[in-house]
Design a protein around this ligand. Structure first.
Ligand code: AMP
Length: 287
């Protein structure tokens, strides 16, 4: 007889979630939390597995958060394969799937977002290119953390700026939750895994490998070429491609996310955003 697969309990409302989690909370057992927008891949699953290893119970949320999309077309086409996702969560041993509706997260159609000051962290890169994105993101992350009340919450370094902003928010408001950053999981050819990859045509998927290949070359050039020369190299790679459009490429300090000027002896990170047809992809590499 085949072993019975691990089953994931699904909660759609906060009372349903409490009903499942209260027994763990009462026993002071650790709740680990992985917030996602679904269309799960091995990148998400790596977060679930790390959470499994470090907590007694693991909650994954799937919620495509409307307030963090600055482009309505991007929100509309965002993939939502919920049944497939559930199966992946079961295979990974996830205990609870929190699957709230828009009405649960934004009652009475009130889409007000938090007016948080992130200092300079959100003035660059994704913050500059996607107005309102981080206000929407932090609003939903805050609501989800309040609902799940985890001790540990797991975020991918794939969204490097998001991770920095979440950590800043948690520290500033003295919220007693550990924010754990997890490494980027890549496809065998190097492309960073992303839910948006499934929106690429076969031709766009082939081209997309240039994004990570360029970052790997940047890492090789680091310390040998100037920031200006590295930026010219990256721009040129995408001009040569002729189809993909570079949205931005930045070399920044990994703590402040401000442009790297060599004046501080601190870790740098190269961050990139590219339009591959209609699909916008981001990636980064620590230097
Ligand atoms: P998303 O569903 O895209 O909002 O992502 C949910 C979480 O998974 C975020 O913390 C992401 O940074 C993380 N994540 C997405 N893609 C990857 C990846 N390729 N490797 C590691 N973490 C990832």
């Amino acid at each position: 007889m085949l072993p019975k697969p691990h089953s994931v309990k699904v909660a759609q409302t906060i009372p349903e979630l409490d009903k499942i989690l209260d027994p763990y909370r009462q026993k002071q057992q650790n709740v680990g939390f992985v917030p996602t927008m679904g269309a799960l891949h091995e990148g998400h699953i790596s977060l679930i597995k790390q959470a499994k290893a470090e907590n007694e119970v693991v909650v994954c949320s799937i919620f495509v958060n409307p307030t963090q999309f600055n482009d309505p077309a991007d929100l509309k086409r965002y993939p939502r394969p919920v049944e497939e996702d559930k199966q992946m969560l079961e295979a990974a041993g996830c205990d609870v799937l929190f699957l709230p509706t828009v009405e649960v997260m934004y009652p009475k159609g009130d889409f007000t977002t938090l007016n948080e000051d992130f200092g300079m962290l959100d003035k660059v890169m994704e913050g500059a290119s996607r107005p309102g994105h981080f206000a929407g993101m932090i609003t939903v992350v805050n609501k989800l953390l309040l609902a799940v009340k985890p001790i540990n919450a797991y975020f991918g370094q794939k969204d490097f700026q998001q991770l920095a902003i979440v950590k800043h928010f948690i520290a500033k408001h003295v919220i007693p939750i550990n924010i754990i950053g997890c490494p980027i999981v890549r496809e065998p050819d190097g492309l960073a895994m992303s839910s948006r990859n499934r929106l690429l045509s076969p031709d766009e998927r082939k081209r997309a490998v240039l994004i990570s290949q360029t970052l790997f070359k940047v890492k090789e050039m680091w310390g040998k070429s100037s920031v200006a020369d590295i930026k010219d190299f990256v721009q040129n790679e995408f001009v040569k491609d002729g189809y993909m459009k570079l949205d931005y490429f930045e070399i920044s300090y990994s703590d402040t996310l401000q442009p790297f000027d060599g004046k501080r002896n601190a870790q740098a990170v190269a961050c990139i955003a590219v339009f591959d047809g209609k699909v916008r992809l981001i990636d980064n590499i620590l230097l």
